[in-house]
Design a protein around this ligand. Sequence first.
Ligand code: UDP
Length: 360
Amino acid sequence: MMQESNTASLTKNCVVTGGAGFIGSHLVERLLSDGHLVTVLDNFSTGRRKNLQEHSRLKIREVDIAEYEQISEFFVNVDWVFHLAALADIVPSIEHPLRYHRSNVDGTVSVLEAARQAGVRRFIYAASSSCYGLATEFPTPESAPIRAEYPYALTKYLAECCVMHWNQVYKLPCLSLRLINVYGPRARTTGSYGAVFGVFLAQKLAGRPYTVVGDGNQTRDFTYVSDVVDAFVQAAKSELTGEIFNVGSGRTYSINKLIELLGGEKIHIPKRPGEPECTYACISKISEALGWQPRVGFVEGVAKMLEHIDDWREAPVWDEASIDIATRQWFEHLGEKKDSRRPPEPGLCSVTTGAEAKDR
Ligand code: UDP
């Protein structure tokens, strides 16, 4: 693992885009507790002010990252940039592809350019393992084929290509972390139907049955947020650049296992098109390069979620009927693919980046 230069100050001046969101707010807490200065850039479209506590070393600026003129001043004298601002969730991305492109791709280009013009020392991008689509190799390495299944996945991947491009052309010291099924306190930040923990915890609070998709035997690489935050900090401290790393739990767990840990009744709802049977990221590359390892196991992580269940008191309580309405567009647009376990074919965005090719 690379060490920081001895002459470098221990206190870093950091920018966290999307710092009021779920993962961003955990990262901000960690950076502050490590003694750093933090400026959060967030438009509060999905992030929440109450995710951030006031702190003497924290500045919060409400800006649109896609507007270069609004953000460039905040990158002057910055050491570390963590770029997490993005629109999330599958369904709204199918409904509003332009909105997703603007936030996730144009927004990233604007942040990259602000970081380059200011000469920042490190740029860490929160990429998404949704770029693998319906992977066939498990655990899935960074070199697996890219096959975005819906606009959210596509825009996060296109933005990753931009990050690598700014590294290649302008030598901006970038790393990209492909996150997978991240969970933790504050995980639900929007009203759209989305990540399973928010759905299930709100159902548990309301005494409603869990809506299990399919037979519940599908598995996910649930990764606890503090492990993801560790990966961001280690990536910033390292001197490696131009690399893409998976960040996962090193395991994969079924939805039925999650329900067993949460306890309670369940009902079954239809399988969604384009949804993988399994997500499971290979984490050898980041473990070897950065010495990073996940530390929070699933049983411990779910217990922590239950300790924080009050975070979901105001979250929408989904049921079979409301999920049916919310996912209608999903079925309409992706529904021609009847078997979600089919092997992936070469697709629209079947691209291999230079950094990935090295792994082959
Ligand atoms: N899931 C479920 N019921 C729900 C929402 C999700 O059983 O109401 C399952 C879903 O089938 C998937 C897992 O939970 O296997 C994780 O779903 P999420 O949308 O959080 O992540 P993704 O499918 O994008 O990996």
